[in-house]
Design a protein around this ligand. Structure first.
Ligand code: SAM
Length: 270
């Protein structure tokens, strides 16, 4: 963030939350973050279409869940920095009674996002590590704000590809899913390596993201990403490129390479 210093924030090293904010055209980022974005763009041009696709998808699933399905509790893990349309604004526009709990462990999100993400008494931000489901569920504020005997929409949107250990993710997701009531939903979007012609672009991006100063960004197979949903039932059209999940209109242009390296899906616990 230009010219503003926060304690505990290391402005000499990029962070996932700030690089992503830069990708969305936000202002809560430093030159080190924008340098990562330039390296990503040099590897595979126009990659910033992915964060935009991802946010548009978040808007569509949140509208669907809060409206058509009637879910009124949202646990948004790895919320990121506040942006134009955040989960609580979308859900509460449809249902003003909807409760949203955001979780993130980035100090910039804590410093800068808290005020904006805690706009009303049905919206809360907690600084926690989402890889520790036991701690998330045991947190007194999580318990106070969310009733896990009732359906909850659990978001892992653009997050799990920043964790390295695939088996570890499966275990983390099992622990979350086991605690959800029937009628709950899980949303996951994730970098994808489809192999074939696009496989090289995925490998190049993974090298820049996880081998570079940002430190993470793993492109996984469809089978691995599907396994993170456990035995939940995917809502049609299933795990697809984000722009193809219930688009607001027909897809008029063919998807470009970065869009083909990203999958999104929403699943229901029966
Ligand atoms: C790419 S951003 C995605 C933001 C938002 N979910 C979206 O899709 O627009 C990933 C976020 O996950 C957060 N994150 C990564 N690992 C985390 C962890 N172990 N615990 C909590 N948050 C984490 C990062 O700080 C970052 O804000």
């Amino acid at each position: 963030m230009r010219g503003v210093d926060f304690p505990h924030i290391d402005s000499t090293r990029p962070s996932v939350a700030r690089v992503y904010d830069a990708g969305l055209g936000g202002k809560d980022n430093y030159e080190v973050d924008r340098a990562v974005l330039r390296a990503i763009d040099a590897a595979v041009p126009n990659h910033t279409i992915v964060p935009r696709d991802n946010r548009d998808w978040l808007i569509r699933i949140t509208r669907y869940l809060a409206g058509q399905v009637g879910v009124s509790q949202f646990l948004d893990l790895g919320s990121g920095l506040p942006t134009a349309e955040n989960t609580h604004q979308i859900a509460q526009r449809v249902n003003p009674e909807a409760t949203v709990v955001y979780v993130d462990n980035d100090p910039m999100v804590l410093a800068h996002g808290r005020a904006l993400l805690e706009e009303n008494d049905r919206t809360h931000f907690l600084s926690m590590d989402l890889t520790k489901p036991d701690e998330v569920f045991a947190n007194p504020e999580v318990q106070r704000y969310l009733d896990f005997a009732e359906p909850v929409a659990l978001y892992q949107i653009g997050v799990l590809h920043h964790l390295k250990d695939t088996d570890g993710i499966r275990q983390i997701m099992r622990e979350y899913i086991d605690r959800l009531a029937p009628g709950s939903y899980v949303a996951i979007s994730h970098f994808h390596n489809p192999g074939g012609e696009d496989g090289q672009a995925a490998a190049d991006l993974q090298r820049v993201m996880s081998g570079g100063p940002m430190g993470s960004g793993y492109f996984r197979s469809r089978a691995d990403i599907e396994s993170f949903f456990g035995d939940l039932e995917l809502v049609p059209p299933g795990l697809v490129h984000a722009p193809l999940w219930w688009p607001d209109g027909p897809q008029v242009k063919p998807l470009i390479t970065p869009q083909r390296l990203f999958l999104a899906g929403l699943a229901r616990k029966t």
